[in-house]
Design a protein around this ligand. Sequence first.
Ligand code: GLU
Length: 421
Amino acid sequence: MTTEKGAATLNAWAVAQHQFDLAAEKLGLDPGMRKVLREPRRELTVHFPVHMDDGSVQVYTGYRVQHNLSRGPAKGGIRYHQDVTLDEVKALAMWMTWKCAVVGIPYGGGKGGVVVDPKKLSAKEVEALSRRYFTEISILIGPERDIPAPDVNTTPQIMSWFMDTYSMHVGYTVPAVVTGKPISLGGSEGRNEATARGCVYTIVDAAPRLGIDLKKATVAVQGFGNAGRIAAELMVEEGSTVIAVSDSTGGIFKADGLDIARVGAWKKEHGTVVGFPGAKEISNAEVLEVECDILIPAALENQITGQNAGRIKAKVVAEAANGPTTPEADEILYEKGVFLIPDILCNAGGVTVSYFEWVQDLNRDHWSEAVVNAKLKEIMDRAFFETVAVSEREKVNMRTAAYLLAVKRVADATGMRGLYP
Ligand code: GLU
């Protein structure tokens, strides 16, 4: 692979295909099946106009990619970020296919993105952009076809606008067209916390195997959005000490532990974790290299690379983000004996509770938070221990083990359906 020169030159799609190739090779996958699963089924690019508050018109670019639909409709979030590219969305869509298969929920993989920094837009502009983008991709979308959800910088409010836009087009209310909605619109209890909660369930499963007492463990978290902030809160509930966190503007460190609730309040008020009283300022990259037991990357792709993997000191890396670790870094961490819980397993709690939300919407039902969390735990535990079993049996790292499970399930489904026509 020629992509490993530093974060700026890494291509998420090359990484995703490389990860797939490793698993396909180990599985001895049929060459035809390899060709099919190596590419996305559909890639849609849209350029669409939005009225800005100052009266001008701005044209934005967005994508929706469906990687594989063999096991069910496409499922996956939509991100708003200035660095979104088609290759990134393709990688994220492929990862969704494997993620849904690892936890055994009946979906294929999809992903969407818009090239925009929503923090620079007013709420009215974000609404207009969201409604027009959803209209443009609606040729692919539907509760039986492709069901979007939140991802980086997208919120329950944006999911509400998506749901309303689709419903206005068809003339009746369709809650099941998108997940991650507010409870008042058919959202599920526990969905907001689900990515972080699922991640923490896998850490709880891993800890005793590695001789880690979570009550004495130290934690560093990169990213303080929906996944990172809530994962930090839940680790505190487990009795652990969160000593470092960061967001896109920088990081903070406090050896005897940060008060995460207060950091959350600080970020809400100031828009950044930086400047939190009593903490030392460190960079976003330094957070990864902090001396700690558990590292939770919960931001973007390609953060742990061949460059810095050797300096990671954590015993466990729990990937709440999608694609934070490159293949070269995977090897370095594995050789160092770091236990890595791969993204397609570790952060699958989000899409799992999205699945619960979709099932509740289709059945006009509503489950309690206790029921949601119990079902989530059962699914995460099963997927975790199945992956550990494959990793031990095949003597491969946890990422390759999760891929072996997932790719086999998708290949079996794709093979059983056969080639049309
Ligand atoms: N964006 C989340 C992910 O990457 C959730 C996707 C979903 O709920 O469909 O897994």
